[in-house]
Design a protein around this ligand. Structure first.
Ligand code: PHE
Length: 376
């Protein structure tokens, strides 16, 4: 093995010349200072501190120097590389700080801003509540049936055993529709705004063969003034079941099931005799008060606002479908029987949610509807 070349002069190795080293260092420092962002700095780092950077290449030359020359060259290159490394580190920190500050400003979230400037709409509680009622019956196999709001008098009255001179025609204060401009007086057109959803039941019976199990929700119209307990447009849910062998016990069981689903265990109904032309026998249906369960009756120390301490709440009308109605719809009353009931959703919502004024339900003020939730 030959001895190291003692006469070798490191100054003569081009890459290790002080001015070359200094230039490489100065270039590196200038590039580092000029790097405007972290990405640029990464490139500068590769060019000036990477494996193929001039100072790295110079470093490699040191190994070939004679021992006495190694120290000086090593020191020079080492200092230059150290200075570049230090400058890189500082610039890196500086650029990261700048980036963090920028991100904090650009991506700042003002948590005090209103979170939802255009609030999502929601359906009206009357709609969601009638669907709740519908769901109870759909779960039992009923179908939802709908019909027109502008209805032929025949469907709204005649087919339901309400003859033209029947007091019920005025009992249900009717909006008559004038057909064809002023050609006819209202009342002669034969067209009304439906006063109940019973005409939907007629349409269903005419359309299909029993067995028929339908639930008919919808808007109905009566010439009432808008006040705390009346509205000229309101929502009804009526039910019709026509099958072989149906009795009033089926009606009662169905009603009890409905109020239990809507108001909880222990709530049941009672029937009081009444009259409707389209049912025979007919009854008024009440449910036991779901709040006091009747315990407020005769108990002045513990009054109930929901039922006015009466123990019962009136729900609506019901009965066995009048055979004349079945006949009008082509259904054989000897073979089939049916039951029906109907009630107003607004009234039910009033006592279910302690709404004191019916106008709140129809005026469309979101301050009323919002507490019912945002069900869509
Ligand atoms: N249609 C009746 C009304 O609106 C309610 C009702 C329906 C009564 C079914 C009995 C049976 O007043």
């Amino acid at each position: 093995m030959s001895a190291p070349n003692k006469s070798f002069d490191p100054v003569e190795v081009e890459a290790l010349k002080p001015e070359v080293i200094d230039r490489a260092k100065d270039e590196a420092l200038a590039a580092i200072a000029g790097a405007g962002d972290l990405e640029a700095l990464r490139e500068v780092k590769a060019a000036h501190a990477g494996d193929r950077a001039p100072l790295a290449l110079a470093n490699r030359e040191i190994g070939a120097l004679p021992p006495h020359a190694k120290a000086e060259a090593g020191k020079r290159v080492g200092q230059a590389r150290g200075a570049v490394g230090q400058a890189l580190k500082l610039r890196q920190e500086e650029l990261e700080r700048e980036r963090d500050e920028r991100v904090l400003v650009e991506e700042a979230v003002d948590v005090t801003l209103p979170h939802d400037r255009v609030p999502a709409g929601a359906r009206h509680p009357l709609t969601t509540f009638s669907e709740r009622v519908e769901d109870i019956f759909v779960a039992m196999g009923y179908e939802v049936a709908e019909g027109p709001e502008v209805e032929a008098e025949w469907f709204n009255f005649d087919a339901l055993n309400i003859a033209p001179d029947h007091p019920a025609r005025t009992m249900q204060d009717t909006f008559f529709v004038r057909a064809g401009g002023d050609a006819k007086d209202e009342g002669e057109s034969g067209v009304v705004l439906r006063t109940h959803t019973s005409p939907v039941q007629i349409r269903t019976l005419l359309d299909r063969e029993p067995p028929v199990y339908v639930i008919c929700p919808g808007r109905v119209f009566r010439t009432d003034e808008l006040d705390a307990t009346h509205t000229p447009v309101f929502t009804q849910v009526e039910l019709l079941a026509v099958d072989e062998g149906l009795t009033m016990a089926d009606l009662k069981g169905t009603l009890d099931h409905m109020v239990r689903e809507l108001f909880g265990e222990g709530v049941h109904t009672r029937l009081r005799p009444n009259y409707f032309p389209f049912t025979e026998p007919s009854a008024e249906m009440d449910m036991v008060c779901y709040r006091c369960h009747g315990e407020s009756v005769g108990n002045p120390d513990n009054p109930c606002r929901t039922c006015s301490s009466e123990g019962w709440i009136e729900l609506g009308g019901c009965g066995m479908v009048n055979p004349r109605v079945l006949t009008a719809c082509g259904v054989d009353p000897e073979k089939y029987s049916g039951f029906a009931f109907g009630f107003g959703i607004e009234r039910m919502m009033m006592f279910r949610h302690n709404v004191e004024d019916m106008r709140d339900m129809v005026e469309g003020d979101v301050r009323f509807t919002r507490p019912f939730g945002m069900e869509i």
